[in-house]
Ligand binder design. Structure first.
Ligand SMILES: [Zn+2]
Ligand SMILES: [Zn+2]
Length: 327
């Protein structure tokens, strides 16, 4: 198999080749067809997430086909199309697992962080955390759903039922969520970097009723806002934009520090919350809703060996939609 490997944080990924592994008990071997590039991968590569296994193969938006099935695996067939998300394993016995909050498990493994991921031609996954994807949309088009879609969906549910929804940072996750929100009859307000008229036009093309800079006030107060950009300064900005009782959901795994802000911004039962990881239930829900909502992803394909270039384009904000590696 070939893979792009992170040997040390803050260094470029390196191309490596070694014999394809065989799946162990409860595992499947997947021939990777496409793997999305998520902002979390950048946080791993840049060393902002501090506990990767090393070396590690990043990538947790994996679409591929079952190439071999280990002992004790039920429910998958050879050649079937499957998806592998960020949640790679949970313990099943901690208080979080036992109360339906496996996203907060005390002893989890995460794909492309604490177990090897999909920047490769092949990957091994715990079959219990893989999802049958059926046939249908193109592999590369499906890949961004596996994290931007799934964790985006969890963020969206936590944002509540309000009709006016702000999305801060209009990248991979927001471009998927905007389509779901519009399909559900909500009004989407898209906030981008100041002056990023290309991203603003992209947001409008997906049904946003308004798009502007994150320093601008929306034309109506929002019921909720989801922050996907990793900038802590957006927290007080979003609090300022939501109405009484409004929610501000931080959807990313890492953010720069949140500046101090006056209590008046939080007063009147405004909430700030974060979303961590996903449960398998989130995944099952979203994977059934995405086709109903007619979600179409905008992807830029890169050959696997160009992973560093894809990461650089994401870091510099040169992408619309999502980057996807294709082996
Ligand atoms: Zn657990
Ligand atoms: Zn992700």
């Amino acid at each position: 198999m070939r893979a792009m490997v992170l040997e040390r944080p803050q260094t470029p990924l390196v191309a490596r080749e070694w014999p394809t592994p065989q799946p162990g008990l409860g595992e499947i071997l997947i021939e990777v067809a496409a793997c999305g590039v998520c902002r979390t991968d950048l946080h791993v590569v840049d060393g902002e997430l501090t506990s990767p296994k090393l070396p590690v193969i990043p990538g947790h938006e994996i679409v591929g086909r079952v190439a071999a099935i280990g002992d004790g695996v039920a429910g998958f067939t050879q050649g079937e199309r499957v998806g592998v998300p960020w949640l790679g394993y949970t313990c099943g016995v901690c208080p979080y697992c036992r109360s339906g909050r496996e996203n907060l498990c005390d002893a989890p493994l995460f794909t492309g962080y604490t177990r090897d991921g999909g920047y490769a031609t092949h990957t091994i996954a715990d079959a219990r955390y893989c999802f049958a994807l059926g046939e249908g949309p193109d592999d590369a088009a499906m890949a961004p759903l596996l994290c931007g879609g799934l964790i985006g969906w969890r963020s969206y549910r936590m944002a509540g039922e309000g009709a006016a929804l702000g999305l801060y940072g209009f990248g991979a996750a927001a471009h998927i969520l905007a389509q779901v929100a519009v399909w559900q009859g909500r009004r989407v307000y898209a906030f981008t970097r100041r002056g990023d008229t290309v991203a603003q036009a992209f947001a409008r093309s997906l049904g946003a009723v308004w798009a502007g800079g994150s320093d601008e006030a929306p034309p109506e107060p929002l019921d909720a806002a989801i922050i996907f950009a990793p900038a802590g300064a957006l927290v007080p900005a979003a609090l300022k934009a939501v109405k009484k009782g409004g929610r501000v959901v931080c959807g990313g795994i890492h953010m720069s520090d949140i500046p101090t802000f006056p209590y008046a911004l939080l007063w009147e039962e405004r909430h700030v919350m974060s979303v961590a990881n996903l449960t398998r239930e989130d995944a099952r829900e979203f994977l059934s809703i995405a086709p109903q909502a007619g979600v179409r992803t905008e992807v830029t394909r890169y050959a696997l060996e160009r992973a560093n270039e894809a990461l650089a384009d994401l870091r510099e904000g040169r992408l619309q939609g999502a980057a996807v590696l294709v082996p």
